[in-house]
Design a protein around this ligand. Structure first.
Ligand code: EPU
Length: 362
């Protein structure tokens, strides 16, 4: 059966194929990336189930075409139109999969907004994810960059992920132990030998919230909240509320000001390198890591170089947190990249450190 045009939505058009897939063409991606950058997807398919993905793999034209998986669009900088077939992940559903003696196992579809899952888990009485409240993006994107905040990373709560192999079309469940998690890194982001970037798509995520629940405290800002409130043994709900307050106070809400969260990773350096930098800048914020390396606060370095509030066109450095770049209005991807490069050069010039970007530049 030939492809047929059906109900073109606004400026884009949709093609329904014999394999019951709808391929939208000429789709404006501005509403689908949290930076609010303009770009067009030549072809976009909404994925609402693992079976939809399977149909893409089996499709005569789409099967072999390069693909780009789009979650909440909160970790990408679009600098041009997208030629690859955009797979917009919209798989719904949250459920308690198992109530074990030692843990609650929660399963969520890749398209569920991450914060919705955290909120649901707190409301249902399955604590353990509260430190990761208000992180933008979808459940399916969360393991890809091993999201983390306030002393917890998703790797600490991940049981397994269900993926569809784009080459074989098979569904596979991967335990957390094979996901090669690192700081904002995982096998799903890696492109080299053994990496799964571009080879598989996460359809569902299973999280393990251990029993009995134990709070993750110790992060400076949470300790400050404990001291201010006099609450020495906070509940999960209390930590959830504090994390929301802390984030709202210093991170821009992407629904109001376009952004992609932290724009750079906090660099890891050796003790010798750190000593050298501290010699020159005694106030630099740094944290010792379990492996003996030192993590430097990139936000502090960018701030020290005087970048807060500076702009290139519509792209600017957020006034309250220098690690976050924002869209002041009609920013274009190229402006964001120009600003980012200028920041990288100035930090390198002063500290001799090359900052790596956290979002993917497309
Ligand atoms: N700082 C400054 N000036 C700034 C920004 C930060 O002096 O403009 C200082 C702060 O005062 C603090 C230190 O730098 O002493 C670190 O700042 P902060 O606690 O805000 O955390 P961060 O290292 O900038 C990281 C994560 C965030 C996460 C927070 C809390 C990365 C790249 N970022 O930010 O994650 O929410 O810790 O755990 O690791 C994200 O990845 O998108 C993200 C928001």
């Amino acid at each position: 059966m030939p492809d047929q045009a059906v109900n073109p939505p606004n400026e884009s058009s949709a093609l329904s194929t014999g394999l019951a897939l709808t391929i939208e063409t000429g789709v404006n991606l501005k509403p689908y990336n949290s930076f609010g950058l303009p770009a067009t997807a030549h072809r976009l398919v909404r994925i609402r189930s693992a079976a939809d993905l399977r149909r893409v793999v089996d499709h005569p034209q789409l099967g072999r075409a390069p693909k780009f998986v789009l979650g909440g669009g909160s970790n990408i900088v679009l600098t041009k139109d997208v030629d690859a077939v955009v797979l917009k992940m919209e798989i719904p559903g949250i459920r308690l999969l198992e109530d074990r003696a030692d843990a609650w196992i929660i399963e969520a579809g890749a398209g569920v907004p991450w914060h919705q899952l955290v909120q649901w888990s707190i409301e249902q009485g399955f604590p353990g994810l509260e430190n990761l409240a208000l992180i933008p993006g979808t459940v399916g994107a969360a393991p890809v960059q091993n999201i983390g905040a306030y002393g917890l990373e998703i790797k600490d709560r991940l049981d397994s992920v269900a993926v569809l192999d784009l080459v074989t079309g098979r569904n596979v469940v991967l335990p957390a132990s094979v996901c090669k998690f690192g700081y904002r890194d995982s096998v799903f982001k890696q492109t080299g030998f053994g990496g799964l970037a571009g080879k598989s798509v996460i359809t569902h995520v299973r999280l393990r919230c251990p029993k009995p629940w134990q709070p993750v405290l110790g992060y400076l800002e949470i300790e400050r909240k404990m001291a201010e409130s006099g609450v020495a043994a906070p509940s999960a709900r209390q930590i959830f509320d504090w994390v929301c307050e802390i984030r709202r106070a210093k991170l821009p809400d992407p629904a109001v000001i376009g952004n992609a969260g932290s724009f750079f990773k906090n660099p890891l350096v050796s003790i010798d390198q750190c000593r050298d930098i501290i010699g020159r800048d005694p106030h630099i914020v740094h944290y010792p890591m379990p492996d003996g390396s030192i993590k430097l606060a990139a936000g502090w370095m960018i701030d020290a170089c005087g970048w807060k509030g500076k702009a290139v066109g519509g792209a600017a450095v957020y006034e309250r947190q220098a690690l976050v770049l924002v869209n002041r209005g009609e920013a274009r991807g190229a402006e964001v990249v120009t600003l980012a490069r200028a920041i990288q050069e100035s930090v390198y010039g002063r500290f001799g450190i090359r900052l790596e970007t956290e979002p993917i530049l497309l």
